[in-house]
Write a protein that binds this ligand. Structure first.
Ligand SMILES: [Zn+2]
Length: 320
């Protein structure tokens, strides 16, 4: 029997709500603004209305839903469905989100960290299908991580496992949002890439300087990637550096976890051809022989739907 799940991807800019079939197809979706719906009260009401609209348009009843999965950025008590604190979205502190949504919609709800769910989504529907030990990495403003072992998220004793973005790879390096220095996130997150880009521009890198000027000085990782593809040596070097930091982090993960697959997604992964040769080279130089031969590093496949599909996948895992 075909069943449906609601997946909610709660991001800093918007909230995506998707009606997902068991096959992994996003049947319908809606996007709400985090500016309007980013606080607990409006969020629950906005999700409630979106679920009603999506199920009606899909010709199904809310009672036919397996449940609702929510991926949120930050610290989550996934056992009780409580958002302890969010990163990049203010106003959330110890919010019992699962209970509030269950009360609003009358269906069970599961809440988890967004990077964990993106990894679980890739395992069930994307580039991680069939993997036994999967490491997932999401590259963007932050660097999220997740671990799926034998089809289940590995959470650790307090539920915080998988914070790959806070592996220290560069002692004394850039300051991280967590308070430490030299975390992977501090070295390869968007802020680090832009800082390297601005430095290259000050040194006269071309065509990076011209491209940034034509974007009214609004430098983005995509512009740095464009400059690198156009032959800018300094811009190319930035992506080589990113690949090297990633390769170092992944080599340690490979040695510790012996995974069969590593899947890398998020907006920064669009620069894959620019950083993956350095990543592979560094991984090859630092990982041990036996685990190195067992692992493949792949680009994530779910793209913009990763959050919604991951949130649907956790409902399947927790509620069957
Ligand atoms: Zn950190």
């Amino acid at each position: 029997m075909q069943r449906w799940t609601i997946g909610v991807d709660f991001g800093g800019t918007n909230v995506k709500v998707g009606l997902v079939a068991d096959s992994g197809r996003v049947v319908r979706s809606q996007v709400l603004s985090s500016k309007v719906f980013g606080r607990p009260g409006p969020f629950v009401e906005g999700i409630g209305r979106a679920v009603t609209a999506l199920t009606q348009a899909g010709g199904i009843r809310i009672s036919q839903l397996r449940g609702i999965g929510v991926g949120a950025p930050g610290a989550i008590d996934c056992v009780h469905g409580i958002v302890l604190a969010t990163t990049n979205v203010p106003g959330w502190h110890r919010v019992p989100l699962a209970r509030l949504l269950e009360r609003r919609l009358g269906r069970p709800c599961v809440v988890d960290n967004d990077a964990n769910l993106a990894t679980l989504g890739e395992w069930r529907f994307g580039a991680g299908r069939g993997s036994r030990v999967l490491v997932g990495l999401t590259l963007g403003t932050g660097v999220g991580g997740g671990l799926v072992c034998n089809g289940r998220l590995f959470r650790g004793v307090s539920g915080s496992a998988g914070e790959i973005g806070h592996m220290v790879i560069h002692p004394g390096g850039r300051r991280c949002g967590c308070g430490a220095r030299g975390c992977l996130e501090a070295e390869v997150g968007t802020a680090a890439i832009l800082s390297m880009g601005r430095r290259a521009i000050r040194r006269g890198a071309e065509p990076l300087k011209t491209l940034a000027r034509s974007a009214h000085g609004n430098l983005t990782p995509a512009i740095i990637a464009q400059a690198a593809r156009a032959g800018d040596t300094a811009a190319r070097q930035i992506w080589v550096q990113i690949g090297q930091w990633l390769g170092l982090a992944l080599a340690s993960l490979v040695n510790v976890l012996n995974p069969d697959r590593i899947v890398i997604g998020g907006g920064i992964a669009n620069a894959w051809p620019l950083f993956s040769p350095a990543l592979n080279h560094t991984l090859d130089a630092h990982a041990m022989g036996i685990p190195k031969r067992a692992v493949r590093v792949l680009r994530a496949r779910l793209g913009d739907h990763a959050g919604v599909l991951g949130a649907a996948a956790i409902v399947r895992q927790e509620l069957g």
